[in-house]
Design a protein around this ligand. Structure first.
Ligand code: APR
Ligand code: PHB
Length: 389
């Protein structure tokens, strides 16, 4: 088989890149290790920057999103009983929207099928050959048979546990990582959201987040210990702990119900440099991870897709390699700023087990400064709605 760009990984990065390339007349094959049903059963964050929404429209897949998303012009930030709002539209001239990542992925699969673009599911043992030559190829196994795809370029969109990043020789790669001493326990419940904006809450008992998917579907999180298991937390224990971490005003009107999903995710900051080796380009979670505080995971991945698509388009339409040559530096420049925001917001609102009384006072002073200072709120809002591409 031959294609122009082999895309490894059928998550949001690989699918959106594939759809944009299809629109530009560039042929792709997407290789996905899991089944489509499995990919669509993963529950991930649900905040989209306006840049992400614009890319979906550019790819011709923005119609359902436009109809079903919820516009958020700001967010609530709390510490104990102290609370304030940050208005994104006033401070940064932009808003964000709530639209589940699972729905975005579903829209992209539907569009790919409509376009009759090739996606192979349940494939195993993907390996990349000749990434540093002019004749790269990708091999994989399906139903016990080995196949090879020859191509011009390979887009490594296979997430943190994929094979693309580790194909780059270790001596050419530098990894930067920070592990946080806690996780997030997340619950999805068919209950009305406690508030019409998200609530990011710091408290002496740890962080909590009140988020949502729609008028009758809420997503809540509480900071938990890394040794906790979801089974350790009954629904009742979860709701009680959430109520202790948010201001009474919200705790009193929180509607609780049976959880329909409960899971724990560890928090990690991670960047691998460079994001290109020869004809292999890393994109999204394959190259970088952020802690979820601030909702930058998907949105950072979409920034990469923007730069990589532009690079490929310039190459195929004008024979100009500048876009692909600059890809890694441009993508990383934006990624590091999202890393900084996610790290800073995590530090601002979580309870770190080793923090001294002094550290706690510094954290409280940081929150108080943000509550009182319009310049600080502008900086927060600009980061939250997404830095320009
Ligand atoms: N071969 C083929 N596919 C693979 C392989 C492999 N060896 N390894 C992983 N994959 C697939 C995974 O099954 C997954 O569907 O690659 C896909 C990667 O998707 P994501 O992990 O969702 O990563 P990405 O597409 O970059 O999405 C951006 O940002 O913070 C996050 O939660 C956010 O998932 C979102 C991500
Ligand atoms: C979510 O809705 O799942 C969500 C929202 C905002 C975040 C993280 C997760 O910062």
């Amino acid at each position: 088989m031959r294609t122009q760009v082999t895309i490894i990984g059928g998550g949001p990065s690989g699918l959106l890149l594939g759809q944009l390339l299809h629109g530009a007349g560039i042929d792709t094959v997407v290789l996905e290790r899991q089944s489509k049903a499995h990919v669509l059963s993963r529950i991930r964050a649900g905040i989209l920057e306006t840049g992400t929404v614009a890319l979906m429209h550019k790819a011709g897949v923005g119609q359902r999103l436009e109809k079903e998303c919820f516009r958020h012009d700001g967010t609530v930030i709390c510490h104990g009983e102290m609370q304030f709002g940050v208005n994104f539209s006033e401070r940064a001239g932009k808003h964000v929207v709530v639209y589940g990542q699972t729905e975005l992925t579903r829209d992209l699969y539907e569009a790919r099928e409509l376009a009759s673009a090739k996606t192979l599911f349940n494939i195993e043992n993907v390996t990349i050959q000749g990434a540093d030559t002019d004749t790269p190829s990708v091999s994989y196994e399906q139903e016990g048979l080995t196949h090879t795809i020859k191509c011009d370029f390979i887009a490594g969109c296979d997430g943190f546990h994929g094979v693309s990043r580790t194909t780059i020789p270790a001596q050419l790669r530098r990894e930067y990582e920070k592990l946080y001493p806690f996780g997030w326990l997340g619950v999805l419940s068919e209950t009305p959201p406690v508030h019409d904006e998200l609530i990011y809450a710091g408290s002496d008992r740890g962080f909590a987040l009140c988020s949502m998917r729609n008028a009758n579907l809420s997503r809540y999180y509480i900071q938990c210990s890394l040794t906790d298991q979801p089974e350790d937390w009954s629904d009742t224990a979860f709701w009680e702990e959430l109520k202790r971490r948010i201001p009474n005003e919200y705790a009193d009107r929180l509607v609780t119900g049976a959880s329909i999903e409960k899971s724990i995710a560890p928090l990690r900051s991670f960047v691998s440099e460079p994001m290109r080796w020869g004809r292999l380009f890393l994109c999204g979670d394959a190259a970088h991870i952020v802690p979820p505080t601030g909702a930058k995971g998907l949105n950072s991945a979409m920034g990469d897709v923007h730069y990589l698509f532009n690079g490929f388009q310039q190459f195929y339409q004008e024979g100009d390699t500048r876009g692909i040559d600059e890809y890694s530096a441009k993508a990383l420049a934006r990624v590091w700023k999202a890393e900084r925001f996610s790290w800073a917001t995590t530090k601002l609102l979580h309870r770190f087990p080793d923090d001294s009384d002094f550290d706690r006072k510094m954290q409280q002073a940081d929150v108080a400064f943000l509550a009182e200072n319009s310049a600080a709120q502008t900086v927060f809002a600009q980061n939250y709605v997404g830095l320009p591409y």
